[in-house]
Structure formats: C-alpha cells, structure tokens
Ligand binder design. Structure first.
Ligand SMILES: *Cc1c(COP(=O)(O)O)cnc(C)c1O
Length: 359
C-alpha cells in the first residue's frame, strides 16, 4: 500500500515497533526522560532556543493553542489565507471573539508580502499576523521569511501554522522571528497522529501574560510548569511519544539539511513526473510545495473515480481537493518517510489509472 496523502503519512517499521510498546507511568522517571529528550531534539529541528511543548491533540489543537494563549477577545488580528487551512486559522480567533481582518489570496497563489505590508500600514491596531507556511490544500509554500520580516517591521506577533512544513521544508524559527509555530506528528514527522508540537518565543510569552482568551487544556503556563517536572498537565498520547523518540533520532541521524534536500529532490521528481504525463500543476511552479503536489484534474477526469481506481487496483491512496477544489484537483503527499522509488510507483499507478477514470 502506498499511502500518499498529506498526512497521516506512513511510519517506518522502527517507529511502529516503538508505538506498540507497553504503557508506562506518565508521572514516572522514564516518561520524564522521554519528554526531556524529545523537547531538546525538537528544539534542534525547529532551529530554536524557544520553549517547545508537545501537546496531545491534532494540529488544529495546536493552532487553537497558539491563538488562545497569546490573544484577548476584541484584539485585532490579520489572518492571511490562500486556501482551506488559512481559512481555518482565521476562524479560530473569530470564534474566541477577536476582530479578524482577513486578507485572502486566490487559491493556488501565495500570500503576497507587499499586500501584508499595505494592510499593516493601514491599520496600526493589528496585534498579530496569522499565516500558513505550507498551504496543504493548494500545494503552495508561502514565503514565510518575507512575510514574517514584514510583520516584524511593524512589531507584530507572528503565529505560524507550519503543520505540513516543519521538519520537511526549511523554517529556522528563531532566524525568521516566528513567535508561535505549530506542527503535528502525522505530517513530516513519520509518527501516528496524536501530537501537536509548538514553539513559544519570549515575545509570545509577553503576549501570553496579558492574553485573556479562555483556555484550560491548552494553557502554555500549565504546559511549562509540568514540563519542568518532566510531565504534561494531562495524560499524554504515550504511544505517539514512544514513536516520536525513534523518528526524531532518524531525522537527526539523516541531518536536517539532508532531510530538507530529500524533500526538495522528491518534490521536483514528482512535479516532473506529473508534467511528463501531460498533467499541469495547480499552483505556479515557483511556489509549489515540497511536501504536497497539487495537480489540476484534466477536463475529462472524474477525480472521485480516479482516486477509487488508484486505491482498489493499484493500492495507491492519494487525496482529492478540499472545499471549492473538490473534483478540480488531486494531491500527492510526499512528506516524512518517502523516497524517490515511492513516487515512481505512485506516478506509474497514476499513468495507468488516468485513462480508466477519464470520459
Ligand atoms: C493537516 C493540516 C492541518 C490540520 O491538522 P489536524 O492534525 O488535522 O488538526 C492544519 N494546517 C495544515 C497546513 C495542515 O496541513
């Protein structure tokens, strides 16, 4: 089976073996050792000296944590969206009573840093900028370095959804001055779902001290106090912690720059393969993501049937489009535990399934 959706992603056998381990006391010494080890290794891969917390929940939980820990009801925030997940990031502060100014970009196009500058110039009251690094729904990677740098010209707090990029695409958290950065275990980290990993800058802690949005489960103060004792405030997803220990060792042994280069190489291979089948990429190639390739469905292709044929006849699982893009694109995930040979198999299956699902 080739599971090539943009998360959950396949886990290496060593990780699967680890997640099958017997339960331990989450208030005991062994767990304390595991969480301290994981935290230190994540700081290396986030390229940060900031606090890093491993929260039990999916990526969206991490996004909610970023918002409720740094903002107050009535705060004005600038939410940048170029797709389905950018829309989600805007909905969360809205739900908690913030005043959300949304800057929308056409799906398939990236966020324009100059438009961000213009929006921040026009409204001095904005407190935070919310941005999706890698928009998984459209296969676009935003220029986070430029966007964050613009936000910092105006001294804004920068909250980043890096769920499908961190650990796979370059994102030096400290160098790019990102205040809260969120990722999730089931994407490039080669482990099952269950954990959101977040980094919290000094600036974010200052915002946290004044932030009045209601929070309990996601409270960073609680996470920090417990981490000092080698614990989490609530029962953690212990099995995924076991898997993460092994996966982080694998990533560090390969080396972050090699991991990033492998993703770039495989993405390039995938894009060339797709084009050689006569298909077109959905986004402009310049902004195409190195973790997920979004492909335009040709006029005559029925995407739902195509995905079904791939699954039933070729044991290849890909994703369709989300929201407005349903039926219009399909997406190939190439993040985490992936090599060129996997994409060769996927592309071969795609070439065979295309005529079977075309009118
Ligand atoms: C997967 C994903 C999410 C949602 O994560 P969940 O773990 O499903 O909650 C959010 N943003 C991006 C960019 C994603 O790729």
């Amino acid at each position: 089976m080739q599971l090539r959706i943009p998360g959950p992603t396949p886990c290496p056998p060593q990780v699967l073996k680890a997640v099958g381990g017997q339960m331990i006391d989450h208030r005991g010494d062994k767990f304390a050792q595991i969480i301290r080890d994981i935290t230190e290794k994540l700081q290396k891969l986030f390229q940060t000296k900031n606090d890093v917390f491993v929260l039990t929940g999916s990526g969206t939980g991490g996004m909610e944590a970023a918002v409720v820990n740094t903002l107050s009801p009535g705060d004005k925030v600038l939410a940048l969206s170029c797709g389905f997940f950018g829309d989600r990031f805007a909905e969360i502060p809205e739900c908690y009573g913030a005043e959300v100014k949304k800057l929308n970009f056409e799906w398939g196009k990236p966020v324009d840093p100059d438009a961000v500058r213009k929006a921040l110039k026009e409204d001095a009251g904005i407190k935070a900028v919310l941005v999706t690094h890698n928009e998984t729904s459209t296969g676009v990677t935003n220029d986070l370095k430029a966007i964050s740098s613009v936000a910092k010209e105006f001294d804004k707090l920068v909250l980043v959804d890096a769920i499908s990029s961190l650990g796979s695409i370059e994102l030096p958290v400290d160098e790019w001055q990102c205040d809260v950065v969120v990722t999730a275990s089931q994407k490039g980290w080669m482990v099952p779902p269950g954990l959101a990993m977040v980094s919290v800058s000094k600036r974010a802690w200052e915002a946290h001290a004044k932030a009045k949005m209601p929070r309990y489960y996601w409270d960073f103060t609680k996470a920090k106090n417990y981490l000092e004792r080698g614990q989490t405030p609530w029962t953690p997803c212990v099995s995924t912690f076991f898997g993460l220990t092994v996966a982080l060792d694998m990533l560090l042994a390969e080396g972050l720059s090699n991991v990033i280069a492998r993703h770039a190489r495989i993405a390039d291979f995938t894009r060339r393969g797709v084009k050689s089948l006569g298909l077109s990429l959905f986004p402009e190639e310049k902004y195409a993501s190195n973790t997920v390739t979004a492909v335009k469905a040709p006029e005559k292709l029925t995407v739902s049937k195509f995905l079904q044929v791939l699954r039933d006849e070729y044991q290849v699982v890909l994703s369709g489009g989300q929201g407005n893009l349903s039926g219009k694109i399909f997406r190939i995930g190439h993040l985490g535990w992936v090599q060129e040979k996997d994409m060769k198999e996927v592309l071969k299956a795609v070439s065979k399934a295309l005529p079977k699902a075309s009118a």
